[in-house]
Ligand binder design. Structure first.
Ligand SMILES: Nc1ncnc2c1ncn2[C@@H]1O[C@H](COP(=O)(O)OP(=O)(O)OP(=O)(O)O)[C@@H](O)[C@H]1O
Ligand SMILES: [Mg+2]
Length: 521
């Protein structure tokens, strides 16, 4: 190889235009958006349009869910603006403080979750107009449909009074992939309960600063399109990840400033939560290992809820540490928002800035904050007087939330196979059995239906019962041999639980006999 003649610039001999093949729509719609993240993306747009009222509307036709709509009373769009809105990357001009920045959210969030997205809008000065992207048409040469003006007006009128008065926008998703396809009304109800609670938490958390204002509301509602019955109508409440009643350590929150290369000074507002809080603001944000760390805000919207971004590893002892960071208008290459706006990619320059040059007024480094948070956590453990012994964690059969809570509350014996809890056939003289070989607590299948009281069984059914048995029995798996004391306990629990389970069976039979069977003297 010759050592000379390296071309530092690649020589070219002209250029040609190569627009993306329409097949690109498929890539656009498979960016792995979570359902809540995608809906939040639509609400961001409503906020940018100056909306005060946003309604997330699930429409059902009897047992079947048919559409999801996000409706707002923002400034709306005329025909030209609609074309820009439906174009991938179409928007170029953003007001200062806008949440939008890539020009793709509406399209990619929608088509990741629905086969079609229809946008109908009305401004104070123009009639209702609409556009629709159907994945099938988009793939065929980016063909966007023009919605019939009469229908556009109808859809706007449907929301006349709430939330639309003079202006507003309706985004409608059809063929939503997340909706249950089979199963009856029961399944639809369960899906709605689950998804609405998750969506409420997600919107409540990420938009908590907006929701805290008097003039901004998000409502989640379910309506039956045939009967017009409204099933749920639920106002999203703000979930402030810094919303503790009193700081865990006096003197906090405190501000540190980090001079980040290329960005200037970035303020870090360091908080220490009071230990052992049961508030949703503390607990509902996510698992403990992920709740600690940085909370990045961009234009008042939370874009990352916890995580240390390469600065350090998460640690149980830092459970109380949360740091609020308002991102500068342009994060440059150091703090880059992901396209889904559900995280920040920090370059090593960020960690370096924290490591070497973060001082508060008294000249203490950022590490001092971590030490304070760590100390507060340990003191609380000590104050409670007892040191909790390490346990073998629960495994299959208990819902992930419960497994997580055990791991947060107790030190865990690492490398140990977790304890499963399952139902199986057992003799009529047993309520439970300890299967040491397979490391499982086995519950007697014959009592399952009675204990479930009519609810459906499943891998993670009866969580309260299973948690209680885990708490009673985990020690049995942690010691090699059972002493006489333990054997006696096992016998006692077996007898009491067995008689309780039999009584559940009797009661179940009573209710099956008819309404008079239960509770009659
Ligand atoms: N509810 C709405 N009301 C008014 N205008 C809207 C609404 N939704 C979308 N738009 C317009 O459509 C444009 C494109 O929206 P889209 O979400 O695709 O991208 P963006 O918000 O510009 O950027 P990002 O990709 O960061 O979300 C917006 O910039 C806005 O002008
Ligand atoms: Mg957007």
């Amino acid at each position: 190889m010759s050592g000379s003649g390296w071309k530092f610039d690649v020589p070219t001999s002209g250029s040609k235009q190569l627009p993306p093949d329409p097949r690109y729509v498929e890539a656009l719609s498979s960016q792995g958006y979570g359902f809540e993240v995608a809906v939040a993306d639509l609400v961001d747009n409503s906020i940018d349009a100056g909306a005060r009222d946003v309604v997330v509307h699930f429409l059902r036709d009897g047992d079947r869910l048919v559409s999801l709509l996000v409706v707002d009373d923002g400034h709306g769009m005329d025909e030209d603006a609609l074309d820009v809105a439906m174009t991938v990357g179409g928007q170029r001009d953003y007001a200062p403080g806008a949440l939008g920045m890539f020009g793709t959210g509406l399209k990619s969030a929608s088509l990741s979750h629905a086969d079609a997205v229809t946008v109908v809008s009305k401004t104070k000065r123009t009639r209702a107009a609409g556009r629709r992207w159907l994945t099938a048409h988009a793939v065929d040469g980016f063909r966007c449909d023009i919605v019939d003006p009469g229908y556009s007006q109808d859809l706007v009128d449907r929301y006349a009074g709430r939330p639309i008065t003079w202006q507003g926008t309706v985004v409608r998703w059809d063929g939503v992939k997340d909706f249950p396809q089979h199963g009856g009304g029961g399944q639809t109800d369960r899906y709605l309960t689950r998804v609405i609670s998750r969506l409420g938490l997600h919107l409540g958390l990420h938009l908590h600063r907006f929701l805290a204002r008097d003039d901004f509301n998000i409502t989640i509602a379910v309506e039956d399109v045939r009967t017009g019955t409204v099933y749920m109508d639920y106002g999203v409440v703000p979930l402030d990840p810094f919303g503790y009643p009193a700081s865990g350590v006096t003197g906090y929150p405190r501000r540190w400033t980090a001079p980040v290369e290329g960005l200037g000074e970035i303020a870090l507002t360091a908080h220490i939560w009071p230990p052992k809080s049961n508030l949703d603001e503390y607990r509902a944000v996510g698992p403990v290992q992920e709740r600690q760390g940085f909370y990045f805000y961009r234009n008042d919207r939370l874009v990352q809820a916890g995580g240390w971004n390469g600065y350090r590893q998460p640690d149980q002892h830092l459970a109380l540490a949360r740091v609020a960071v308002d991102l500068p208008p342009s994060g440059g290459d150091v703090l880059r928002l992901t396209v889904k706006k559900s995280g920040v990619n920090a370059s090593p320059a960020f960690a370096a800035a924290l490591e070497s040059a973060a001082y508060d007024a008294e000249g203490r480094g950022f590490k001092a904050y971590l030490d304070d948070a760590d100390q507060a956590y340990r003191d609380a453990r000590k104050r409670s007087g007892t040191v909790r012994k390490a346990v073998i964690p629960p495994g299959r059969g208990l819902p992930p939330e419960v497994r997580r809570t055990v791991q947060e509350e107790l030190p865990v014996l690492y490398g140990e196979e977790p304890i499963a809890v399952r139902w199986d056939r057992l003799g009529s003289d047993l309520f439970f059995d300890v299967d040491r070989e397979n490391r499982a607590i086995v519950l007697n299948q014959r009592y399952r239906a009675a204990l479930l009281g009519g609810r459906r069984g499943g891998l993670n059914d009866a969580p309260v019962l299973k948690s209680l048995l885990y708490l009673l029995l985990h020690k049995v798996f942690e010691s090699e041999y059972a002493g006489p004391r333990e054997k006696d306990n096992l016998q006692l629990w077996q007898a009491v639980l067995l008689s309780a389970a039999r009584s559940e069976l009797d009661r179940a039979d009573d209710t099956a006999d008819g309404p008079d069977g239960a509770g009659a003297p």
